[in-house]
Design a protein around this ligand. Sequence first.
Ligand SMILES: NC(=O)c1ccc[n+]([C@@H]2O[C@H](COP(=O)([O-])OP(=O)(O)OC[C@H]3O[C@@H](n4cnc5c(N)ncnc54)[C@H](OP(=O)(O)O)[C@@H]3O)[C@@H](O)[C@H]2O)c1
Length: 318
Amino acid sequence: MGVEYTMLGQSDIKVSRIGLGAWQFSQAWGVTEYEAAKKVIARALELGVNLIDTAIVYGRGMSETFIGRALKELGVKRDEVVIATKIPEEMLSYDDVFKATKRSLERLQTDYIDLMQVHWPPCWHNIPTCEYMRALERLLNLGLIRSIGLSDHPIALVEEARSCLARADVDVLQVRFNPVELEAEKTFIPYAEENDMSVLAWSPLAKGAVLGKYTIEEAEKLQDVRAGEPLFRPENYRQILEVADIIKEVASKLGKTPAQVALNWLISYSDVVIPIPGAKTPQQVEDNVGAMGWRLPKEDWLRIYEAARRVKITRVTY
Ligand SMILES: NC(=O)c1ccc[n+]([C@@H]2O[C@H](COP(=O)([O-])OP(=O)(O)OC[C@H]3O[C@@H](n4cnc5c(N)ncnc54)[C@H](OP(=O)(O)O)[C@@H]3O)[C@@H](O)[C@H]2O)c1
């Protein structure tokens, strides 16, 4: 398959244009059997996907533990994989950034993390931005992490965070971005383009919603992390299905799958965008990898864009 690669921000870290999201290895998404997770990881690496995005909070360490064990058992050389993880807001005091990183290194069975991200800004623990940014820069200088990313940080905070760093810079912004949730195009993507950063696009398939594989009734009954998710409420999901229908139509015309069209739409949006779809099976990985190595015809890309821009998601669901 035509796997494409790009560099993470201004770093020397080369990653596949589409990564693997590893939140799925948690109770939230249901892949809690190690062997099932190992098969997903193995298939991704076999096909040339080298970027794995995890986080400390995914299964409270379970996702990181599965990844570390799988990489060891599969005999993956350390430089064949790019591990991205994240520290949650409650662990951002200077000392906790060190402690959390040490624990992640143990779970991941490695001596460095390629991309350490702040999962979301401290909103309940009153930790000054420069406190955690300086801790991250120290970890970078020590070689315990190779690059810094900020997830779900508004641009004003990204600017503040960058001003705390003495010599390093932020290479990655991680944000929600998919064909029906386009908010990142207002500020994040232009900012990343201007500043040579990469954008790791989370929920690139809108948690599966843009694939239109669930009926309105089924979507309402999803029991995993999607229970209560606004995207799957009828008033939103009905609109999303209109985009999904176009994605399906384009897919069948081009001999691709809906996931391939949706992910290709994202990598075609900007060369800074790196989707990190979560996969629960090796088949989903294979499908998603097939989104690389070709480009949507412009008229199809625009058709999806026009439909996507008509979608007005509301999160006022009760
Ligand atoms: N930084 C943050 O705050 C943040 C937040 C959320 C996620 N993330 C990261 O982003 C990653 C992806 O986001 P996400 O998990 O929210 O959602 P997503 O990638 O948009 O959707 C993943 C789900 O879509 C379905 N799917 C995936 N590939 C498919 C295929 N080829 N065909 C059919 N169905 C397919 C699977 O669920 P079913 O088969 O059950 O339908 C899968 O669990 C996460 O794993 C995580 O690493 C980060």
